[in-house]
Design a protein around this ligand. Structure first.
Ligand SMILES: CC(C)(COP(=O)(O)OP(=O)(O)OC[C@H]1O[C@@H](n2cnc3c(N)ncnc32)[C@H](O)[C@@H]1OP(=O)(O)O)[C@@H](O)C(=O)NCCC(=O)NCCS
Length: 178
């Protein structure tokens, strides 16, 4: 889409105080190592929220994200900060289609230093556009009731609480339209 950043899914964005342009693009097999470095660099709090408290080896999780995104209707988006000819991953979003539930499900994170600058919303918007292109009609996510950031992001993006969560988690969904 962009001549400046071949492979970008949306036009590169300039984040406040980021020090460079941010490119949102689809992950590929060559990103496993850098994605693992990204997960390692997340704060314990962000990592806990991203993986719902599960202890996860960053290398294995990164490999898993890339492997999952190779499936039909699945993909991983990366937000990459480009500065001085180098690229650093500062966000990721994994999208996987559940054919039984007939909805795409996603998990997302943004590097701590870049949170609350609008990047999560940009990635979610790019993800929705991609899901629509794939012909998917519904997108959903589950998060902890205590996760104010994720609930706030989902609310801003137009998601509703489906009521399918339990005392610990909330299930959020949005109908997609072309
Ligand atoms: C959830 C997360 C991805 C949001 O990314 P982000 O880039 O910080 O979000 P944005 O800057 O795009 O914020 C969009 C909206 O979300 C809401 N939001 C974001 N952070 C918030 C916070 N700390 N408290 C309340 N609302 C928040 C706000 O409505 C915000 O809009 P505003 O800034 O105009 O008020 C990020 O906080 C994160 O990585 N958290 C750790 C991992 C995680 O919890 N993942 C979700 C479970 S899979």
């Amino acid at each position: 889409m962009s001549q400046l950043f071949p492979g970008a899914d949306v036009e590169p964005v300039e984040l406040a105080d980021a020090g460079g342009m941010v490119c949102i693009r689809t992950a590929s097999a060559s990103d496993v190592e850098n994605l693992s470095i990204y997960f390692t660099g997340l704060s314990a709090t962000s990592r806990n929220k991203r993986f719902s408290g599960a202890r996860a080896d960053p290398g294995a999780v990164a490999a898993d994200c890339i492997a999952t995104s190779g499936g039909l209707g699945n993909f991983t988006l990366l937000a990459e900060l480009r500065e001085d000819g180098r690229g650093t991953i500062i966000g990721e979003a994994l999208y996987a289609y559940d054919a039984t539930a007939r909805q795409g499900e996603f998990a997302i994170s943004v590097a701590d230093a870049f949170q609350r600058k609008g990047l999560g919303l940009q990635m979610l918007t790019a993800m929705e556009a991609r899901a629509i292109d794939l012909g998917h009609a519904m997108i959903a996510a589950e998060t902890a009731r205590t996760n104010a950031e994720m609930r706030g992001l989902a609310r801003k993006a137009g998601f509703n609480d489906t009521g399918l969560g339990d005392w610990q988690s909330v299930h959020l969904a949005k109908r997609l339209s072309r």
